[in-house]
Design a protein around this ligand. Structure first.
Ligand code: PNS
Length: 186
């Protein structure tokens, strides 16, 4: 059997602990793992491509067989261009399955030689998604334990006003906030 080179494609906006968990698992079973960040021109991401590249490079610096790259266009074509014969995707819960199955079968139709392999992240990350992390952080909420520390720091920097407002509300420093809290309790 030939050693397998795999592509783990995604948006990673931002990278979560679930992504990192999957990268670490993938790095153990594939000879080489390329994390491919989609350069999506339709979506307006929270983090620029350069920021996501930098964060993922920092987070995977300890994994010698992992490379971080960006791609655009069809994923199967990019996989071919880097000689990846396998696509790695994560499945957290049954709810992921339908979309992932559809995508895997479409990719198989486009490139029958490319296999999709699914792995499960640790169950403690089964509810963690980039979308929910963004939503919590945009409201100034805590994302500790959901994303690596470097990402948490970046979110705090990017969303500084939201975090400041949230902290001031919690401390009752926003006029009327204490009043409202007290009324809600009674
Ligand atoms: O992290 P995401 O957003 O779930 O990742 C989705 C991704 C990037 C894997 C998917 O949208 C993709 O592969 N896009 C590239 C364009 C493509 O090949 N589309 C056909 C997919 S069936």
């Amino acid at each position: 059997m030939k050693p397998v080179s795999a592509l783990y494609p995604g948006s990673f906006d931002p990278p979560t602990n679930g992504h990192l968990d999957l990268i670490e698992r993938g790095a153990k079973i594939f000879e080489e793992l390329v994390v491919g960040i989609l350069r999506n021109t339709e979506k307006s991401p929270m983090f620029s491509l350069a920021e996501r590249l930098e964060m993922l490079k920092t987070l995977t610096a300890h994994l010698k067989n992992v490379r971080i790259e960006a791609f655009h266009g069809l994923m199967v074509e990019y996989a071919k261009s880097i000689d990846a014969t396998c696509v790695l995707r994560g499945i957290r819960a049954v709810s992921d399955y339908e979309y992932e199955l559809q995508m895997a079968l479409m990719n198989r139709k486009l490139e029958p030689t490319l296999e999709t392999v699914f792995m499960m992240p640790a169950d403690k990350y089964s509810y963690v998604s980039s979308r929910l992390v963004r939503e919590v952080a945009q409201a100034g909420g805590p994302v500790k334990g959901l994303v690596p520390e470097v990402v948490e720091q970046k979110l705090r920097e990017k969303l500084e006003p939201a975090y400041r407002f949230h902290d001031e509300m919690q401390e009752g420093r926003v006029p009327g906030a204490k009043e409202k809290k007290r009324k809600r309790k009674s």
